[in-house]
Design a protein around this ligand. Structure first.
Ligand SMILES: Cc1cc2nc3c(=O)[nH]c(=O)nc-3n(C[C@H](O)[C@H](O)[C@H](O)COP(=O)(O)O)c2cc1C
Ligand code: SF4
Length: 429
């Protein structure tokens, strides 16, 4: 059966960002249907049955997460939308926010209904000026049409949304740092447990979901769990997915395909193949800069949570970065390490100090001042970070370091031995 793009179905319409355009394309039908046909609990079940897993990076089942909310109702419940998208190589949420904001907004309203929350927070990356403007307009339009506010479509359900702009910190995409930031504090991740579903924003039960996850909820409400669960690789990898591809490809961009699409199909068909015909694939990071790298020989892999885990990496935020044979792996890793050293919140020592050491060691290897012990030093520091930090940011830098060095060890050792780059060319910068 041919795949029908649904997340990106409106993005090429000139009026896709307006409520008129969205309504003309059948928008808000899912919300009308769900408010009539489903109780909140039934909508949670529908999302569980769809198999939807979070699109923010960890792939946690969405309905199951919603089910963790306490049954007691002595405190308000909040929905926080994670629109902080900052993982290098990832630019899919931005597309949805800018090109089809009502698809996202409808998913937010539906999800707030399901978890019985009457206040949602939209935490948007500070640099997304255009996205902020577009989303703010969408919220105003939805309010004017009665899709937001008091007694939505006469259902008795009420919801308001607060849009909050981040200040440009990658770590505020981590869900508990996001909550701290929303509370007006420095974005320091919290120790878990307790998980936000129990103790979240202002100490109240809170669900945090990614933008693309919530856009998928709109589709589930519109077409049903059975339809959704038939896409991809059921039962554990269902639904449509946005994949980003950048680096040495002919046509970098965001592509929609079912979960489980072959990586090589994304590369060769969607992204037009390698940028230069005389420079074949050397390696790829399928899931964004914080995930483990795969050598070309292992890139014949399916793009879903479980297939990539079996291949020794992760789907992450599906920010695929493609590198050809001109790429120096020391320079590529230095580029990654610089980002993480800059973005470490500094709360825990292994991450704060380790990221700085990665930059120092990789810089000296790159400029020809490397020492024979440097390669072992890199992996030693990575293993000291892994598992020893407050939040998974530690792994987000330990994994690339460990995997780049493991897969391309010879190249790293050659840098130290020759006191120069064996490639004599530069990497993806
Ligand atoms: C360092 C770090 C950065 C993150 N950045 C983002 C982000 O920008 N957007 C996002 O949705 N999730 C991000 N996450 C994942 C969130 O913590 C959280 O798992 C996600 O928002 C949950 O939504 P989902 O279940 O819908 O995927 C990040 C996690 C870590 C550790
Ligand atoms: S792992 Fe890094 S980013 Fe996360 S809390 Fe510790 S210092 Fe901050």
């Amino acid at each position: 059966m041919a795949f029908e793009p649904v997340l990106t179905r409106n993005i090429h319409r000139p009026d896709s960002g307006t409520i008129e355009g969205y309504l003309a394309a059948g928008g808000y039908q899912g919300l009308r249907r769900a408010l009539k046909e489903f109780s909140p609990g039934q909508l949670v079940e529908e999302v569980k049955n769809s198999g939807l897993r979070g699109r923010g990076g960890a792939g946690f089942p969405t309905g199951m997460k919603w089910g963790f909310l306490p049954k007691t109702r002595d405190k308000p419940r909040y929905l926080c939308v994670n629109a902080d998208e900052s993982e290098p190589g990832t630019f899919k949420d931005r597309l949805l926010i800018e090109k089809d904001p009502h698809l996202v907004l409808e998913g937010i309203i539906l999800s707030a209904y399901a978890i019985e929350s009457s206040l949602a927070f939209f935490y948007i990356r500070g640099e997304f000026h255009e996205g902020y403007r577009i989303f703010q307009k969408a919220v105003q339009e939805a309010r004017a049409k009665g899709f937001l506010g008091t007694n939505i479509l006469g259902s008795g359900f009420s919801l308001d949304i607060i849009i909050y702009r981040g200040a440009g910190a990658y770590i505020c995409g981590e869900e508990t740092a996001l909550l701290e930031s929303l509370e007006g504090k420095r974005g320091y991740p919290r120790i878990k447990p307790p998980f936000p579903a129990i103790v979240g924003l202002y100490g109240c039960p809170t669900i945090i979901n990614n933008v693309e996850t919530l856009a998928n909820v709109t589709l589930i409400a519109e077409r049903g769990a059975a339809w959704y669960a038939s896409i991809g690789r059921p039962p554990k990898n269902t639904g449509p997915k946005l994949f980003c591809l950048s680096g040495h490809v002919k046509r970098p961009g965001v592509f929609e395909a079912p979960l489980g699409v072959p990586f090589l199909e994304l590369l060769n068909e969607h992204a037009g193949g390698m940028q230069h015909s005389d420079r074949p694939l050397k390696a790829a990071v399928p899931g964004g800069s914080s995930m483990k790298i795969l050598p070309a020989s292992k890139c014949d892999v399916l793009m879903d949570f479980d297939a990539l885990a079996a291949a020794g990496t992760s789907l992450g935020s599906a920010g695929g970065i493609v590198m050809d044979t001109s790429t120096c792996m020391v320079t590529a890793l230095l580029n990654v390490a610089r980002f993480y050293a800059h973005e470490s919140c500094g709360q825990c020592t292994p991450c704060r100090e380790g990221t700085g050491w990665f930059v120092k060691i990789l810089s000296r290897l790159e400029r020809g001042d490397g020492r024979p012990e440097d390669v072992g030093l890199l992996t030693g520091i990575a293993s000291n970070i892994e598992g020893n930090t407050v939040c998974p940011f530690g792994e987000a830098i330990a994994w690339p370091v460990e995997s780049y060095v493991r897969v391309f060890r010879e190249e790293f050792e050659e840098h130290a031995k020759r006191k120069a780059c064996p490639m004599k060319t530069t990497a993806v910068r």
